[in-house]
Design a protein around this ligand. Structure first.
Ligand SMILES: Nc1nc2c(c(=O)[nH]1)N[C@H]1C(S)=C(S)[C@@H](COP(=O)(O)OP(=O)(O)OC[C@H]3O[C@@H](n4cnc5c(=O)[nH]c(N)nc54)[C@H](O)[C@@H]3O)O[C@H]1N2
Ligand SMILES: Nc1nc2c(c(=O)[nH]1)N[C@H]1C(S)=C(S)[C@@H](COP(=O)(O)OP(=O)(O)OC[C@H]3O[C@@H](n4cnc5c(=O)[nH]c(N)nc54)[C@H](O)[C@@H]3O)O[C@H]1N2
Ligand SMILES: [Mo]
Length: 701
């Protein structure tokens, strides 16, 4: 009914009306935060998306999707999808809302923001992450809006910053092997990655390599689904990866398994690294890592003597205090053995640095007009929402605009986050598909379109293709694109810069400029970047020295250790401690962070929140199979069912996440116990560096 006012306000023309009739297939891109960035084909019948499938013409997708995204139509037409704007009608956080029309909502939001901005625009904070990875519905129009406003910057650290900094200070950028060449490797270390769950299309290549006789080794505290399928599993303690990498170096040195020519020509800081590594004999690392010494020695022999050898590193191993250093240590290994010489050798953590994204064109930093707003770290939003104005901090946070993220569920130390979001004097707007835990705390919820309903363009962090996403269906109900919501707000704020009138297709074209052929994207849906087959076969690292930097001058200049080292966790529990168990909380296979938790078919596969615990730890606590337990430390507690399982190593419990608090057993989730400590590099969160105790709940639930 309020559709009229909605379309009057629509300037982007997102939905292509030619797609709205009869039976069609529309090419798109998976928007989710996953290295695979699949190419989608959506079948549309009379304007309704009936099926979402992988595009068989796209080699990385190979026609196959994960279970989650094959349910994307179910998610899109979910009965609880937000189809109109809502205004809070109960106390903060009560989750009670009443419908409101778009004009009223936008007028009120703009006038509230204007009032705050008149005092100090930095009291307004955007909060967003990778709910969609699209360059357009991500920060495209949003950044223009916040730059023009002069709002606080957001340091988007919550996922990958420690590892990214580690990689940048070693290889020079977020670059590495081409994922397809793993199929030709003879040894693959799958390091801090449950690939079957979180990088399925890489796993295909690992399987191919395995069929060709390659050896697969999984390095992970948890005996994951991926560990099950590898030849060997090294179940190290969380946060000890640098110690393992240094001991491998020790063995490479003492056995002479080094490529001296490659080291000489293409690396920096060898003498220093050599000295450091010699301090890490395998027996020392074995103690620190909690794994047999023989296993380290065998791994070093395999890595030192097998060609080509490849490392699939993933972000799971950098969510600990020393995460940045750990990535640095691992990223030194391929240069030591000259693995980069072969296209099937080297390392891949992220390929995103290969993409020539024109961020300045999209995000328009010139709209800041010389202002340099303060920066809020998204990983410490709990503390920051509770801080008063001060010289060091700047103004108290008075307004939050949340889009593409669910911080109340995903940010660490939930009790603080919830307390912050419950502040009656905080004005919160949430752009969402669903009434998430975060939306429950909003003053206004604005209904956003899904990937089936808007244009976007995508880079990837797991392959090197650009993907275009066409809208397959018209926006449902009164949903509007993120871009359109920011355009409408800009208009009401009186921001008349021409860039606020640009439509989404224009933004898609701007994202990569001439670096990719837009005609090819329109025609095929994807375009492959020209990345060298073996990018560092002859050195040429994008570091300041052009070499693989074992020693980083840039880090040393910041007063940090120029060489990688092992840093023990903030919370590395010992038996007898008050909180003697280390907890990690890796992704559940059928959720994508907290996305899809409300999709019934997927939630029913996951069942309920589970805590995996080793039989010996359970026995010590008289915990029996299927018991409900509380997991707690000084920050808080959450309750869930125990899964006594060999997937957990002794001393480590695995709280599979990230459940919506309100869909979990007791309205809480794993982030009740995680901390707001930060990583050594990159100011990232330490979700997997967390000490807890677990106790059986007295009454069965
Ligand atoms: N199905 C699914 N896929 C996903 C996600 C999801 O939630 N679900 N999340 C997406 C996101 S946001 C990202 S960032 C990417 C990457 O996502 P990651 O979070 O890196 O996910 P995983 O590849 O599952 O890797 C985590 C693995 O690291 C292990 N791990 C934990 N601590 C340590 C440690 O100290 N050392 C080592 N060696 N391993 C450790 C965990 O047990 C787990 O098996 O995946 C994406 N893909
Ligand atoms: N304990 C623990 N906590 C973790 C992690 C962990 O492993 N353990 N992993 C961390 C990691 S790696 C990450 S990346 C973060 C992820 O944290 P987030 O980036 O917050 O990811 P999601 O939980 O998937 O929430 C994304 C939200 O964006 C919404 N969304 C999707 N598309 C759109 C759109 O087009 N418009 C709008 N307006 N909204 C949209 C979705 O509905 C969803 O609710 O969580 C972190 N938190
Ligand atoms: Mo992530």
């Amino acid at each position: 009914m309020i559709r009229a006012s909605c379309s009057l306000d629509t300037t982007s023309g997102d939905a292509d009306p030619t797609h709205a009739m009869s039976l069609q297939t529309i090419r798109g891109a998976c928007p989710h935060d996953c290295p695979d960035t699949c190419a989608l084909v959506t079948t549309v019948e009379d304007g309704v998306a009936v099926k979402v499938q992988g595009n068989p013409a796209h080699s990385h997708t190979d026609g196959a999707l994960c279970t989650k995204v094959s349910r994307y139509a179910e998610r899109t037409y979910h009965p609880a999808r937000l189809l109109q704007p809502f205004k809070r009608s109960g106390p903060k956080g009560s989750g009670r809302f009443e419908p409101v029309d778009w004009d009223t909502a936008l007028d009120d939001i703009a006038s509230r923001l204007r009032a705050i901005a008149t005092r100090n625009p930095e009291a307004i904070v955007p909060y967003s992450y990778a709910g969609t990875m699209g360059q357009v519905q991500g920060e495209g129009m949003a950044a223009r809006f916040f730059n023009r406003l002069g709002a606080s910057f957001l340091d988007r650290t919550i996922c990958a910053n420690a590892g990214a900094e580690g990689l940048i200070h070693t290889l020079g950028a977020k670059v590495g092997m081409k994922v397809e060449h793993f199929a030709e490797s003879q040894l693959i270390l799958i390091w801090g990655s449950n690939s079957i769950a979180s990088n399925l299309h890489f796993w295909r290549h690992a399987q191919q390599a395995k069929r060709n006789g390659a050896r697969l080794v999984c390095i992970d505290p948890r005996k994951s689904e991926t560990a099950d399928k590898c030849h060997e599993h090294i179940a190290l303690k969380p946060g000890t990866d640098a110690a393992l990498a240094l001991a491998l170096m020790h063995q490479l040195i003492t056995h002479g398994w080094l490529d001296h020519d490659y080291i000489e020509r293409h690396t920096l800081g060898w003498e220093g690294l050599r000295e450091r590594a010699l301090q890490w004999p395998p027996e020392r690392a074995a103690r620190v890592c909690g794994v047999p010494q023989q296993q380290i020695e065998d791994l070093a022999r395999a890595y030192g003597t097998t060609r080509p050898a490849a490392i699939r590193l993933n972000y799971g191993m950098q969510r600990v205090r020393g995460g940045g250093n750990a990535v640095r240590a691992v990223a030194c290994l391929p240069a030591l053995v000259g693995a980069w010489r072969h296209r099937a050798g080297g390392l891949l953590l992220s390929s995103s640095g290969h993409f020539p994204i024109d961020r300045a064109r999209l995000q328009r930093p010139e709209l800041l007009a010389g202002r340099r707003p303060r920066t809020i770290n998204m990983s410490t939003i709990g503390n920051d929402l509770l801080r008063d104005a001060s010289n060091a901090f700047g103004p108290k946070i008075e307004a939050l605009i949340v889009y593409n993220s669910n911080p109340v569920a995903v940010a660490p130390e939930s009790s603080k986050v919830v307390q912050g979001f419950c502040r009656e004097d905080l004005f919160t707007v949430v752009l969402e598909h669903f009434q998430t835990d975060t939306a429950d705390h909003a003053d206004y919820i604005l209904p956003a379109t899904t990937q089936l309903e808007h244009w976007d363009i995508h880079a990837s962090y797991g392959h090197t293709d650009v993907l275009l996403n066409r809208p397959a269906i018209a926006p449902l109900g009164q949903a509007r694109t993120n871009t359109d919501i920011f355009r409408a707000l800009a208009r009401r704020m009186g921001f008349d810069d021409p860039c606020f009138a640009e439509d989404d297709l224009t933004l898609c074209r701007q994202a990569f400029g001439d670096a990719v052929s837009f005609d090819e994207l329109l025609e095929k849906g994807f375009a492959t970047l020209p990345v060298p087959e073996a990018p560092f076969a002859n050195g040429g690292f994008p570091t300041p020295s052009g070499r693989c930097e074992f020693h980083s001058e840039r880090l040393a200049a910041q007063g940090l250790d120029g060489l990688p080292d092992h840093l023990s966790n903030h919370e590395a529990p010992l038996p007898g401690d008050r909180y003697p168990l280390a907890m990690i909380s890796p992704p559940a296979r059928n959720f994508l962070n907290s996305t899809f938790v409300n999709v019934v078919s997927l939630r029913s596969i996951e069942g309920e929140p589970l805590l995996e615990m080793h039989p010996s730890d359970a026995a010590l606590r008289s915990i029996a199979a299927g018991d409900m337990v509380r997991v707690f430390n000084d920050r808080g507690e959450y309750r869930c069912r125990v899964d006594i399982s060999a997937r957990a190593r002794p001393g480590v419990v695995n709280g599979l996440g990230i459940w919506w608090r309100k869909l979990g057993a007791f309205g809480t989730n794993v982030n009740e116990v995680t901390s707001q400590h930060l990583t050594d590099l990159g100011r990232g969160p330490v979700f997997y560096d967390c000490a807890v105790e677990v106790a059986r709940l007295a009454e069965p639930a």
